[in-house]
Design a protein around this ligand. Structure first.
Ligand SMILES: O=CCCCC(=O)O
Length: 452
């Protein structure tokens, strides 16, 4: 059931009925029927509509941020920041799309060819609650410019974000058979994917959701983009400003209350600075992150997105401690609502669940590495491969380490975050495909070879 529940209080605000099977089928019919006309519109027209969407998102920043705060507890300023990234994404594809979609001439043996960049049809988007507007933007903006149409199934705790996004796109001039929001349930996804009128699927979500959707997409020979979990390592090789390094790493981990796929969840610190790093990080986490109202801009620690999410992370912490990890700070659920203290864990070993599983909340796990190679080994000793970070004072050393990391993205002396023009995606169990940047418009593209 789609519902709005305020995670700061646990109060149920509104329930929204799920779409019936007929309504879901009708949504697919609309997006399928809208495709022919949309793909035939000149790319400049589609780009102009996407540019207008960027303006409207910017105008409605405060309203959209407030919706996210209510639905999933995002700090209000982080919500405003998220809409800033959404605006950048819509602008980027509006501006760059026509160039990215230009024919590509190809000299071939015995003649010439060109690659014509064409859409493939109606796509299904299955989107999560952690960045309710950004996740939709990075799928929708490039595909609208390319000429695909979209059926969007949002997270069940974000019906107001879902409706507001549709409203913005409609106001920008996206026809109502080109972007269709539907309050479908996960149960309906398999047959939506089996419908021949759906050409592909993009999912951002858990590893488990990715496995199910990838299996259905595979069975039906549909293209899929999967942005799944991560347990990103952040290696600290050395520092000439420990306070700055601790602040930067804690900030990156606690962003969005720790609920980012690409947050640095594992800090891997070289032996000579490990004790000092852990002491200062523990102090920072214990003192700076204080539970508060996410609508108040002064709040440093908002609730998690739901009581269930907070309980799950608290359970992971308890299990780690039971299995022998050291709890340096936090660890307790705080109520009412979905609050969990900001937490630091150390002495996590490969025998513990916390070593390999993703912890989707305000929890930092710190590992000690004896050498640079040892740090790389620990970083790569994970089923995930989304992002990674390297902090250090020697740029060449940082790059040398970056090249040895099993990750889709590496940030040097910074962590996490997204930007419109930088491709985003992972390897290993973190998913398939790329979003954002030039790569983000190619995933659901027919790169048609025309031999001249
Ligand atoms: O959960 C994954 C999206 C991350 C967005 C960001 O870090 O900007």
């Amino acid at each position: 059931m789609y519902a709005v529940t305020d995670p700061a209080t646990g109060e149920l605000i509104e329930q929204v009925g799920n779409a019936t099977d007929e309504e879901v089928r009708a949504a697919i019919t609309r997006a399928h029927q809208g495709y022919e006309a949309w793909r035939r519109r000149p790319v400049g027209e589609r780009a102009a509509i996407v540019a207008r969407a960027a303006e409207l998102f910017a105008e409605r920043t405060d309203e959209l941020a407030a919706i996210m705060t209510l639905e999933m507890g995002k700090r209000i300023n982080e919500g405003r920041g998220e809409i800033g990234v959404v605006v950048d994404i819509f602008r980027y594809y509006a501006e760059q799309g026509p160039t990215l979609l230009a024919d590509e001439p190809l000299a071939i043996k015995g003649g010439e060819a060109l690659i014509s960049k064409e859409p493939i049809g109606a796509l299904l988007g299955v989107m999560p609650w952690n960045f309710p507007c950004y996740q939709v933007a990075r799928f929708v903006a490039p595909n609208l410019v390319l000429g695909n149409t979209i059926v969007l199934k949002h997270a069940s705790i974000c019906p107001r974000s879902a409706a507001a996004i549709e409203d913005v796109l409609r106001a920008a001039g996206v026809p109502d058979d080109v972007y269709v929001n539907v309050f479908a349930s996960s149960r309906q996804i398999p047959w939506m994917l089996a419908d021949p009128r759906i050409a592909g699927v993009s999912l951002t979500g858990s590893e488990q959701a990715g496995i199910s959707v990838a299996a259905e997409a595979g069975k039906n020979l549909k293209r899929s983009v999967l942005e799944l979990g991560g347990s990103d390592p952040l290696i600290v090789l050395d520092t000439d400003d420990m306070d700055e390094t601790v602040k930067a790493t804690a900030t990156a981990r606690m962003r969005n209350c720790g609920q980012s796929c690409n947050a640095p969840k594992r800090m891997i610190v070289l032996g000579e600075i490990y004790d000092e790093f852990v002491d200062r990080l523990t102090k920072r986490v214990a003192e700076y992150y204080v539970p508060g109202d996410p609508a108040d801009p002064r709040t440093t620690l908002p609730p998690l997105a739901s009581v269930a999410a907070a309980d799950e992370v608290a359970g992971q912490i308890a299990k780690a401690v039971e299995q022998g990890a050291t709890l340096r700070a936090g660890g307790r659920r705080v109520g009412p609502g979905a609050y969990l203290e900001a937490t630091v864990l150390t002495d996590v070993t490969p025998a513990m669940d916390a070593y390999t599983e993703e912890i989707f909340g305000p929890v930092v796990v710190v590992f000690r590495a004896e050498t640079e190679q040892d740090a790389i080994r620990i970083a790569n000793d994970s089923p995930f491969g989304l992002g990674a970070s390297v902090f250090g004072t020697d740029p060449l050393r940082n790059q040398r380490v970056a090249r040895q990391l099993e990750a889709g993205m590496v940030y040097l002396n910074s962590a996490g975050g997204s930007q419109a023009d930088l491709p985003f995606g992972g390897i290993k169990r973190s998913g398939l495909g790329r979003e954002l940047g030039p790569a983000g418009i190619e995933e659901f593209m027919n790169k048609k070879s025309i031999r001249l």
